[in-house]
Ligand binder design. Structure first.
Ligand code: 13P
Ligand code: SF4
Length: 364
């Protein structure tokens, strides 16, 4: 999805890191309790050090929902996260994304038109009253609203299992989008087999499935993926294990199941942080997730050997768009009384998306 971020003035793009630090510190002090900065674990250190709260996408949505005081919530993360924060905060609280081009390629793999087409196609061959749509947090507010209207819920990588259990307790089938890997990994962990799942390809008629497939499948998995996590391959696990026979492999559930099946532990970014902290000193730990988090964990645990499973660095290019220059720019504008890069979700979409988000918050 094209979102246009205006180029920043040269005094930000050409600034020295130390000057940006001074500007951000001064703006933060001037704004005081009117400002709250949220940082997702994939953010660069130069940004993360300013976060008032850090978290995975679930944790940050909880913190945003509980954040009643600040007038400005600056979200150092990606667009879908800022949208969710806008939905969960009060109307007079303004959510700001420092770079409007910080999207998520996975979230862009499912749009409202294709999901509505899929739903209508399913309705021709199954009873959609017995199908619950579940959307991963990594999706537009429009899709969260669709899910809210159709009786479904949002999930994140830390609660997908609980949400799928909830959904299958009230229906026979789940349409899960946009990440096929999170859906498949969660389904397998719940005891479903590959035969219970089908991949819905939105570029094909009827998702590329026969009527019998739609009827038989318990989990219909949207053909979407994260280009960062899909890079991890079983060969990476094998190479790590060959070097560290007693090493620990931890994967994010957006990685393919061939990798997750070989991993010792699978979980969200927050889970990965806790798992690394809990590992004994001296452990070799291979992590399948975004490189900024892996690098931070390596720095924070010098007594453990924390490495990325993929030796070729694997950053999330959109998370990376948020840098100290953009943070300084939005904060200095706020000090001047100008709100730049506000993320707003129109009221009707927000109301239904809130239903889907609040269902998730109630389930877990
Ligand atoms: P978490 O829910 O683990 O924070 O992951 C979000 C994300 O975008 C991972 O790619
Ligand atoms: Fe999206 Fe993948 Fe980046 Fe997460 S790591 S924000 S899923 S592109």
């Amino acid at each position: 999805m094209l979102r246009l971020q205006a180029p920043l003035p040269d005094r930000y793009t050409m600034a020295d890191p130390a000057d940006l630090e001074t500007s951000i510190g001064a703006a933060k002090r001037a704004l005081g309790s009117r400002l709250f900065i949220l940082g997702h674990h994939y953010q660069r250190d130069e940004v993360m050090r300013w976060a008032d709260a850090r978290g995975d996408s679930f944790g940050l949505s909880r913190i945003a929902a509980d954040q009643h005081d600040a007038n400005y919530v600056v979200f150092c993360g990606v667009h879908f996260m800022a949208e969710s924060a806008d939905i969960l905060t009060a109307d007079d609280q303004q959510v700001i994304l420092p770079d409007l081009n910080a999207g998520c390629s996975m979230a862009d793999m499912a749009d409202l038109d294709s999901v509505e087409e899929a739903w209508d196609a399913l309705a021709r061959v199954t009873d959609v009253a017995r199908v619950v749509p579940v959307t991963y947090m990594n999706s537009s507010a429009a899709l969260k609203a669709f899910v809210g209207r159709q009786g479904g819920a949002v999930c994140t990588s830390s609660n997908a299992r609980a949400v799928l259990q909830w959904a299958l307790g009230r229906a026979d089938k789940v349409l899960f989008f946009p990440d096929q890997h999170l859906g498949r990994n969660t389904g397998l962990a719940m005891g479903f087999g590959h035969d219970d799942m089908r991949v819905w390809d939105p570029r094909q008629d009827m998702g590329g499935l026969a009527e019998a497939d739609c009827k038989e499948a318990t989990l219909l998995l949207w053909k979407g993926h994260c280009s960062v996590h899909q890079r991890f391959r079983p060969e990476h696990v094998e190479a790590f294990r060959a070097r560290h026979p007693d090493g620990i492999v931890i994967a994010h559930p957006e990685a393919a199941y061939e990798v997750c099946q070989l991993a010792d532990q699978v979980g969200s970014t927050d889970y990965i942080i806790k798992a690394v902290a809990a590992a004994p000193p001296g452990s070799a730990i291979g992590v399948a997730t975004e490189i900024h988090l892996v690098q931070r964990l390596a720095n924070e645990h010098p007594d453990k050997g924390v490495v990325s499973l993929d030796p070729l660095i694997c950053p999330c290019s959109t998370m990376f768009r948020i840098d100290a220059a953009h943070l300084a720019w939005v904060l200095e504008n706020l000090v001047e009384g100008r709100v730049v890069n506000r993320i707003t979700v129109e009221p009707e979409t927000a109301a239904w998306a809130r239903v889907a988000l609040e269902r998730m918050l109630e389930i877990v």
